[in-house]
Design a protein around this ligand. Structure first.
Ligand SMILES: Cc1cc2nc3c(=O)[nH]c(=O)nc-3n(C[C@H](O)[C@H](O)[C@H](O)COP(=O)(O)O)c2cc1C
Length: 304
């Protein structure tokens, strides 16, 4: 029996619920090994209007059941993205959303306006949650007014779907989710990495040159499931669950917790076909349980 895996999310119809998380799939073109067969959508590596070098190495450190990264949003800038990547995306059979970043509210709006209407750009994931930049980033995701202002600035400059990527580093993620929903977001992605630190005990300083980094991977999964669930309880727009998904069973936890779709990040570094494996595993699980579609999966979403 073939299972209907399609989902409608934030203004887009996707062929499946599993997407590539920003920053873990590049621009989708660099590594031929990366398996694109089962992608519901791809979110590009985060980009600013102008090119950025990111932070100095070392940028990555392995930790128990996870990793710390401080890439600092290295990227080629909007003009290079339009020239080098978007034309390739235009021919793909799944949508590509651009993860957009800024140091000010107006930066975000300007970047959305520049990319709006570019063939190959299907929508935006607004990153208000990067822990690895000096200006902007997580600051916007910590304050409901700033989060709403950024969302509104993007919303005003595009008709494309606008998803907002939330930080876990907040007291109440529901407050931020509601703020961006009111400001016009079509969906939220929950969550970005947690701020962490690891010390080199021989060099007497942090293992990452930036000092701190974003923790991802299975270590954060139960935290992320909880936060995605909190967000799903707070808003009516779809929630995309992300954090520590390695296998189909992990993705199913997010879906049952109230998410409409999921993103897979760090797992791709371990297994370049992790996304296809997760997609196929969800379909097999649904078939075994006797569900004809993903929509039939029971959700645990008590309303307050
Ligand atoms: C190396 C690396 C780079 C990342 N870059 C971005 C980025 O540019 N924009 C963004 O919103 N999230 C970025 N993230 C966060 C991921 O998209 C994801 O939210 C997080 O890693 C948790 O999911 P995971 O445990 O499946 O990796 C990055 C994560 C990693 C590991």
């Amino acid at each position: 029996m073939s299972v209907d895996m399609t989902v409608r999310i934030g203004g887009l119809q996707l062929r499946g619920p599993v997407m590539a998380a920003s920053g873990t799939f590049g621009y989708g073109t660099e590594v031929p090994l990366l398996e694109r067969r089962a992608l519901g959508a791809m979110v590009s590596k985060g980009i600013f209007l102008k090119p950025r070098h990111g932070t100095a190495p070392p940028r990555i450190a392995e930790t128990p059941s996870g990793m710390l990264n401080a890439i600092g949003l290295q990227g080629p800038g909007a003009e290079a993205l339009i020239r080098d990547y978007a034309p390739q995306w235009a021919g793909w059979e799944f949508p590509v959303l651009v993860n957009i970043n800024g140091e000010s509210v107006s930066d975000y709006g300007e970047l959305a306006a520049r990319l709006d209407g570019v063939p190959g750009v299907a929508g935006f994931e607004v990153n208000i949650s990067c822990p690895n930049v000096e200006q902007g980033g997580m600051y916007f995701g910590n304050d409901p007014r700033a989060a709403a202002a950024v969302t509104e600035a993007v919303r005003r400059r595009t008709r494309l779907p606008v998803w907002v990527k939330l930080t876990p580093m907040v007291a109440d993620i529901g407050v931020i989710a509601r703020a961006v929903e009111s400001a016009g977001a079509d969906a939220v992605s929950a969550v970005n990495t947690f701020v962490g630190m690891s010390m080199d005990i021989n060099a007497y300083h942090p293992r990452l040159s930036f000092g701190t980094g974003g923790l991802s991977g299975p270590a954060i999964r139960p935290l992320a499931v909880h936060l995605a669930h909190q967000a799903a309880r707070a808003v009516d727009i779809p929630v995309i669950g992300v954090g520590g998904i390695m296998r189909a069973e992990d993705a199913l936890e997010f879906l049952i917790a109230g998410c409409t779709a999921v993103q897979v990040g760090t797992a791709t570094f371990v297994n370049p076909k992790a996304i296809a494996d997760v997609h196929d595993g969800i379909a097999a699980y649904l078939a075994t349980k006797g569900f004809a579609s993903l929509a039939e999966l029971p959700r645990y979403l008590p309303r307050d």
